[in-house]
Design a protein around this ligand. Sequence first.
Ligand code: FAS
Ligand code: PHB
Length: 389
Amino acid sequence: MKTQVAIIGAGPAGLLLGHMLRAEGVDCVVLERQTGDYVLGRIRAGVLENITVNLMERLGLDARLKAEGLVEEGFNLADGERLIRIDVANLTGKTVVVYGQTEITKDLMDAAAPRGLEVIYEAGDVALHDIESDAPYVTYTKDGAAQRIDARFIVGCDGFHGPSRKAIPASAAVEYERVYPFGWLGILADVPPCNHELIYANHERGFALASMRSHTRSRYYVDVPLTEKVEDWSDDRIWDELAIRLGPDAAANITRGPSIEKSIAPLRSYVFGTMRHGSLLLCGDAAHIVPPTGAKGLNLAASDVHYAAEALVAHFKRADQDAIGLYSGKALARVWKGERFSWSLTKLMHRFPEDGPFERAMQVAELDYIASSTAAQTVIAENYVGLPV
Ligand code: FAS
Ligand code: PHB
């Protein structure tokens, strides 16, 4: 097979990019290792910035998002004493939308065939070749048969553990990483949320997040040591811990119910120092990871796709030979700001094992400052809704 762009990975980044290129008449094909159902079964992000909503609008795929998404005008930081509301709508003029990554991925998946976007699922042994040439290619197996796709560009949208980033010589870029000493234990349940807005809590027992997927489906998290196993956390134990960490007011409104999904996700900050090497571009988690505290992961993938589509369309449709060369710098500039915010909010809202009384006092002082300063709240608000693309 020959195409203009071979995309590896059919998560939100790969599917968004495939649709953006198809809509502009750039030939592309998406290769996915898993089945579509498997991809949809992964419970991940929940909060969409304007950039992600705008891309779905530009594709005309925002109908369900607009009908079912919950527009959030603010969110809350809980410090064990009070709720500090960050009024993002009044402070920035923008809002965020609660609409699960699963739903975004489903909308993109369902529109692929009708729009002629080819997505090859269960593509095994994907390998990248000649990425430093102008004629790279991808090999893979499908139904036991060896296959090859020749392309002008390959875009790695294959997440943190995919082959794309690893195809780039280690000497080509610096890796920046911080691994956090805890993970997030998440629970999904068909119960009404305890609050109409998200609550991020820093309690002496640890972090908690009250989020949601709809008025009848809730998503909660508590941070746990990396040694914890999800099987050691019964639903009741999670509900009890959430009630303590979120505080009495929120606890009074928690509706308990059986979990429909329960998992522990490790937290890390990671940036690969380049998002383009030769004829290979990287988008999303293939290039960077953020702790989910700032709700940035999916949204940074969306801004990467915005820049990558812009560059690829300029290359193919306007013979702009410089566009591709500008991609990595543009994308990384926004990625680093997202990394900073996610790291900063993680530091503020979690108890680190190595922290002593001074570090705790700094958290208390910062939360008290935020509670009393519109300027401090504006800084948080503009990062939370998403910095300009
Ligand atoms: P993805 O990882 O979503 O997609 C990559 C795709 O590539 C997958 O479908 C994978 O199967 C495929 N792939 C991998 N290797 C391949 C190969 N060899 N061949 C072909 N295909 C291959 N972000 C938030 O904002 N909030 C959250 O609460 C949140 N929770 C998360 C929980 C977990 C457990 C994880 C891992 C991430 C979480 N994230 C969260 C971040 C997450 O939402 C990512 O930012 C988002 O999925 C990024 O999308 P992609 O870059 O498309 O990567
Ligand atoms: C979620 O609803 O899954 C969610 C929301 C906000 C975050 C992280 C996760 O910061």
